[in-house]
Write a protein that binds this ligand. Structure first.
Ligand code: AMP
Length: 304
């Protein structure tokens, strides 16, 4: 099934305790689309870049069979740039700068050839723009939405409107609590279910992910990696693996949502093993399947 991805396309400069990357390919749409491209077909991307966006970036995305008709290139503008520095505790990150550049006036236009996309993943852009995207897509089977504190604080009412059009919300624990205005995570997720989505996925970084629907609470740990090079984009790679798997299997039962959470966790684990999208460049089906099986073993035990 087809997957439409909308979000930021960026050049990231990243410092972690294990290294440095300069003007590396990044942005939420890139991570989601690349991770999703291992499962969904076709993957269609909507975003905006400047004339300075490297040709190798375009080539790489095309090489992953990502349709770039919806990638607007503003020749006399500059690409969105983000700089971040991670502490020894990789859960702590300082944003060094955010240069919105052409992303400041991002106005997502969905090409006619994208309008029948069956699966849609909305990156953490302004909720007004998320609604605008959905107005341009005809009856998608599944809408997955991400957001961030910036929008929760500034555009809460608009975000609630987007949530009414969303099937699955993917957020981190802090964002889930802020949306529901409830400190208990399970209660917060259940409150969000009353706002529109039929499923909420709460990402907890190295502590795994929680899936809550009206009928189930499912938890998966994160893959136990000994070395994390760059956590940037892990959440987006998770979202790409999650929605990509759902698009591939075209089933939205609770059981399939659980499997999708595991596939999301697997893609996130590959993502953080290298800088930028390096860890997602050339995965094989065998590598992905091996890690999915390792996930099964992680929390399987003989209860007798
Ligand atoms: P994550 O690690 O999941 O928070 O995602 C990091 C990615 O988000 C980086 O590749 C950044 O380029 C991108 N990013 C950072 N700040 C923003 C923002 N304000 N809006 C959209 N994308 C952003």
């Amino acid at each position: 099934m087809s997957l439409l991805v909308v979000g930021s396309v960026a050049l990231d400069t990243i410092d972690t305790p294990l290294g440095h990357a300069e003007d590396a390919l990044g942005g939420s749409a890139v991570y989601v689309a690349v991770a999703g491209s291992y499962f969904a077909s076709p993957v269609r991307m909507v975003g905006v870049v400047g004339g300075d966006f490297p040709a190798e970036g375009i080539e790489f995305l095309r090489g992953r069979s990502i349709d770039l008709e919806g990638l607007e290139i503003i020749r006399d503008g500059k690409t969105f740039r983000w700089g971040g520095r991670y502490h020894t505790d990789l859960n702590v990150r300082d944003t060094l700068y955010t240069q919105l550049n052409v992303f400041e006036n991002f106005d997502p236009k969905i090409p006619p050839s994208y309008r029948h996309s069956e699966y849609v993943c909305l990156g953490n852009i302004d909720p007004v723009l998320q609604q605008k995207v959905l107005q341009q897509v005809e009856a998608p089977k599944l809408v997955v939405c991400d957001t961030m504190n910036f929008w929760i604080e500034r555009k809460y009412k608009e975000l609630l409107r987007t949530l009414r059009l969303t099937h699955v919300l993917i957020v981190n624990d802090e964002e889930a609590r802020a949306i529901a205005r409830e400190s208990n995570l399970i209660k917060a997720a259940r409150d969000i279910l009353n706002m529109g989505p039929r499923a909420v996925v709460v990402k907890k970084g190295e502590h795994g992910a929680l899936l809550v629907t009206k009928t189930i609470v499912f938890y998966t740990p994160a893959y136990p990696l000994q070395e994390v090079y760059d956590p940037t984009g892990a959440g987006d790679a998770f979202a790409g693996g999650f929605v990509g798997y759902l698009a591939k299997t075209d089933a939205r039962s609770d059981e399939n949502l659980k499997r999708a959470v595991v596939y999301g966790s697997v893609l996130a684990s590959f993502c953080v093993e290298e800088f930028s999208i390096g860890g997602l460049k050339a995965l094989t089906e065998g590598q992905v399947t091996k890690r999915v099986n390792e996930f099964r073993d992680l929390s399987h035990f003989d209860g007798s």
